[in-house]
Unconditional design. Structure first.
Length: 277
């Protein structure tokens, strides 16, 4: 018979009431982070087993306190109460629309701009993105001119966004959101974009989330943690009980700065690996 370990544990335990009892090892939760009810007994002698049975039968209360970190330092062993999603690149993808709009502006200003340059703009505010693009310009523009450039880019970008529809929301994302909702988790958006509500409306998600924190309600963009902190505050959930889903490294840094847990996707995951290595 194969040895049972975490990777082979049945995932039906999420739907069927399941209790995991650990005897003589307080760190079993590391192997079964998906378990909902976990009991640590520390020893396996007859007296401990009898007390365990009495507690399971309701004759005694579970009042013990663990002297060690049974969560083993892993976020996935703890029960998260809220998930905060970045928007672009996580819920949907408008990267190409951003690129086309910035590319059009850069061409008008005779500034070289390609998709590699566009990667630097991920998770960054509109004005900061413009400053990055203008690094290659020989001209010095006034603040008023920069605001006009940013406004021109945004209007072009919004024209592209109006072409979006519910068809741009993938089946996998929709099903995942619905499953998380059924599990009782609070769901929020944490995006630096000032077009967040327009995008959500086009996707049919404008009333789905419990809270929305976007570029219209923050002063600082990522990697500053403000956008995620505001989302958690709107949900009234402690930062340490929030999981942020991000595809930009600036967003990952922002979440960690707020002491939140992070699930890094796509390029952010690979970028973090390079930093760690």
């Amino acid at each position: 018979m194969d040895k049972i370990n975490g990777s082979k544990c049945a995932w039906f335990m999420q739907d069927v009431p399941t209790i995991f009892v650990s005897l003589a090892n307080p760190y079993h939760l590391f192997d079964v982070p998906m378990i909902k009810t976990y009991i640590n007994c520390y020893t396996n002698n007859d007296q401990t087993l009898q007390v365990l049975v009495d507690k399971l039968l309701g004759k005694e209360k579970f009042v013990g306190k663990s002297p060690v970190d049974v969560y083993c330092g892993r976020w996935d062993t703890k029960k998260m109460k809220a998930i905060i999603f970045d928007l672009d690149g996580v819920i949907c993808s408008t990267d190409h629309y951003h690129y086309l709009a910035w590319k059009s502006l850069a061409d008008d200003l005779n500034i070289p701009f390609d998709e590699k340059d566009n990667e630097r703009l991920r998770g960054v505010s509109r004005m900061e993105s413009l400053d990055i693009i203008l690094e290659k310009s020989k001209e010095n523009y006034s603040l008023k001119e920069k605001e006009q450039f940013a406004d021109r880019k945004n209007k072009l970008y919004q024209q592209y966004l109006l072409k979006m529809s519910t068809k741009d929301l993938s089946k996998e994302v929709k099903e995942t959101l619905e499953q998380l909702r059924k599990k009782g988790l609070k769901l929020a958006i944490g995006s630096s974009s000032k077009n967040t509500m327009l995008i959500l409306k086009q996707l049919g998600l404008d009333t789905f989330f419990d809270a929305i924190s976007d570029g219209n309600s923050i002063q600082y963009s990522k990697p500053h943690p403000e956008v995620f902190m505001k989302a958690a505050d709107l949900l009234n959930i402690p930062y340490k009980e929030c999981l942020v889903v991000e595809d930009a490294i600036s967003g990952c840094f922002a979440a960690k700065s707020a002491s939140m847990n992070v699930a890094a996707l796509s390029s952010a995951y690979h970028a973090l690996l390079q930093i760690i290595i």
